[in-house]
Design a protein around this ligand. Structure first.
Ligand code: GAL
Length: 348
């Protein structure tokens, strides 16, 4: 009888903890990824990693993103557009083995709360951090958009670390190739060369800039792309020798239609292919904006497009939309709306 009671109690406990786990994270349901819902980390806290990017290193995915402060305000010093912003809390990092369950590793690039002059002071702008690994220097190298509170500074910052989720050392900011730099991403090619993609010339033209072998500076070799087409939010990937770039138009936090382009060479020339999105709200990128494309490790043709669904008046409460990319026979792509999809079944 005693044994039976003990057994029943353990069973109850097991069932309760499973139920609780489910309610703690709407997004964890076997291998499902849900679009635009609240996504919790393994401690049950909301994932705070916006404008992010993913590094895959030795069997683990690392998700780096903007660690946003929790009070959004409107910046009246910027009259030309609706400049909602929040305190820049540095760059967060989460780790995962399966792309579904994310463990908070901490804020790996910390804000500098004491020095008003520092790029990392919370009153400034820190956006779209991306990290790549340098096989020669054995350093993890982060680039990010560093700006003044009114977005007038328009620079790129660089930080390094010996570990993927250690304390990154901030090296400073620059205007790469002596031009403005705002929305950005990094791309490391198969030959180990790396490139910085950034919106420049008041966001009108997208620069692709080769990086030095240590990934810390531009080499001076760059191209101007999508000239006067105002492309932002670049996300780059490679498949079967061809390069792809997803980007958004230029409407601040508000959504617009996405576009993709393909090139045989990373520095261009790029051929614009149009809107990759289909289904509900495809003409507004599902009310979201591109930030990165994740190649799923060890799977052929498995790529996930990451988008931010900005909540401009409550930025910390912005959500994530991750959708699989499908490829047609001619290499064209499609990203169709799904409110929920199964990662394992999609990428067999
Ligand atoms: C967007 C950009 C975001 C952020 C925002 C500010 O266009 O993609 O990263 O800078 O503007 O309004």
């Amino acid at each position: 009888m005693k044994k039976y009671i003990l057994f029943s109690l353990s069973l109850c406990f097991l069932i309760c903890s499973c139920v609780q786990k489910k309610t703690q994270n709407e997004n964890i349901d076997s291998q499902n990824i849900s679009s635009g819902v609240e996504w919790l980390d393994t401690d049950g806290n909301r994932i705070n990693a916006h404008g992010g990017g993913i590094l895959y290193h030795e069997g683990t995915y690392y998700w780096y993103g903007e660690y946003k402060g929790d009070s959004t305000y409107w910046n009246p010093k910027v009259p030309s557009w609706e400049c909602y912003r929040t305190e820049a809390g540095g760059v967060s990092c989460y780790s995962s083995k399966d792309l579904i369950n994310w463990k908070f590793e901490g804020v790996v690039l910390k804000p500098d709360v004491n020095d008003l002059q520092s790029d990392l002071h919370p009153s400034n702008v820190l956006e779209r951090p991306k990290v790549i690994y340098n096989d020669n220097t054995k350093k993890f190298v982060m680039w990010l958009h560093v700006d003044s509170h009114d977005y007038a500074k328009a620079t790129a910052g660089v930080a390094v670390c010996d570990l993927p989720a250690g304390d990154f050392e901030y090296l400073g900011s620059m205007r790469p190739n002596n031009v403005m730099s705002r929305d950005m991403t990094l791309f490391k090619d198969d030959d180990g060369k790396a490139y910085h993609f950034y919106s420049s010339e008041e966001n009108r033209t997208l620069y692709i800039s080769e990086l030095t072998d240590d990934y810390l500076k531009p080499t001076g070799n760059f191209t101007r792309n999508f000239i006067d087409q105002s492309r932002e939010a670049p996300a780059v990937f490679k498949r079967e020798g061809k390069y792809y770039i997803l980007s958004s138009g230029c409407t601040g936090w508000d959504p617009n239609v996405a576009e993709y382009a393909i090139a045989d060479s990373i520095m261009g020339t790029w051929t614009v292919k149009g809107n990759p999105c289909s289904g509900t709200d495809a003409d507004k990128t599902f009310y979201a904006q591109s930030t990165f494309v994740i190649p799923v490790a060890g799977k052929k043709d498995a790529y996930i497009a990451m988008f931010d669904k900005w909540n401009k008046t409550d930025l910390i409460n912005s959500r994530y939309i991750w959708l699989p990319i499908t490829f047609k026979d001619n290499g064209d792509i499609d990203i169709s709306w799904q409110s929920e999809w199964d990662l394992e079944k999609t990428f067999k």
